[in-house]
Design a protein around this ligand. Structure first.
Ligand code: 5RP
Length: 220
């Protein structure tokens, strides 16, 4: 089974978390694209969605799914999104697609965060995937130097501007043994908009697509 087929399995299993007549929080990425396509089949049974990126908004609108601004929404029972890595406590690295800031906002606003991924994303220690950090453009060099002091090797993501008009530094060589401490440490640097560690608000449920089907993982 291909990695994309495993992503599809995870997206299919996430459908059971969608709450009828409610607004669904929708993330970004190739796994979530499968979820959006499945959501289209039941669009008459939901009120609509809030979106974490322009790309997901466009895909949902093409399917005729109503997309709300988060400010218009009082209750968000569930947020479905992918990840670049998850540890066994469901701390995540996200932002491979560059949508980490809006993703973190919606994850925070949602009652339940369901993460969907193929089984290769589950790791013992976060950090093999370069850690995305969204940065205000004028702070790029300063933040890069600070990230080097923390032991990382930041690389400016080529020709990429986020939906918020900022740049991304992808930080290699971090072994993230204490995700909450590291998230707080990087977030407090002036000029950082968001770091792609989701540990203060981890996922509640992780659904992994595997060749045998979908497997649900709860925090250790
Ligand atoms: C986007 C993300 C994605 O969830 C993450 O990159 C996983 O993507 P994919 O489902 O394509 O593997 O955080 O910012």
């Amino acid at each position: 089974m291909t990695q994309d087929e495993m992503k599809r399995k995870a997206a299919e299993a996430a459908m059971e978390y969608v709450v009828t007549d409610s607004i669904v929080g929708v993330g970004t990425g190739s796994t979530v694209n499968h979820f959006i396509d499945l959501l289209a089949d039941i669009k008459g049974k939901i009120e609509g969605a809030v979106s974490s990126s322009e790309a997901s908004t466009e895909r949902m609108k093409k399917h005729g799914i109503r997309v709300y601004d988060l400010n218009e929404v009082n209750e968000l029972p569930v947020y479905i999104d992918g990840a670049d890595e998850s540890d066994h406590y469901l701390n995540l690295i996200k932002g491979g697609g560059g949508a980490l800031t809006r993703e973190k906002i919606i994850a925070g606003a949602a009652d339940k965060f369901v993460c969907i991924a193929d089984e290769t994303k589950l790791v013992d220690v976060l950090g093999a995937f370069p850690l995305p950090v969204e940065v205000i453009p004028m702070a790029r060099s300063y933040i890069a130097r600070e990230l080097v002091k923390l032991g990382g090797r930041p690389v400016w993501r080529d020709s990429f501007i986020t939906d918020n008009g900022n740049i991304i530094l992808d930080v290699h060589d971090f072994e993230i043994m204490e995700p909450i401490r590291m998230e707080n440490e990087i977030n407090k640097l002036a000029g950082v908009v968001t770091v792609g560690i989701f540990a203060n608000r981890p996922a509640d449920v992780l659904i992994l697509g595997t060749p045998e089907g979908a497997r649900t993982v709860y925090s250790k």
